[in-house]
Design a protein around this ligand. Sequence first.
Ligand SMILES: [Zn+2]
Ligand SMILES: [Zn+2]
Length: 135
Amino acid sequence: MKVDGQCHCGAITYEAEVEPGTIAICHCRDCQRQSGSVFRTNIPAAAETFRITKGVPRTYLKIADSGNRRIHAFCENCGGPIYACAAENPKSYSLRVGALNQGHELGAPSRQIWTRRRVAWLPPLQDVPAADGQA
Ligand SMILES: [Zn+2]
Ligand SMILES: [Zn+2]
């Protein structure tokens, strides 16, 4: 399914193809810190379908505790997240569901990871398959 999205201020826009029903939630500390919320909601897009249609995002190299290196791209004007991808030869781009214009048409999450970092007050999302760590 074709989707498009933008940062909050509109300086950066993009489009991609995603598969409805492939949304993942991540409860890890990095996602909490980077989103400013208690989990992040992502959907993957194959690299060949992802295209920035306006603007140039800034990028940040995130090195995980595991040593895994990922690029996080965001709008330098409003701070809105654009994507995350592998630092070398990305095969897919992880898009932020809340930034997509079709976010409500993509179905419920199909998995959640890092549930051991899930905040205690959040109901456990019983119907979403869970992994307590990276999966
Ligand atoms: Zn912006
Ligand atoms: Zn995470």
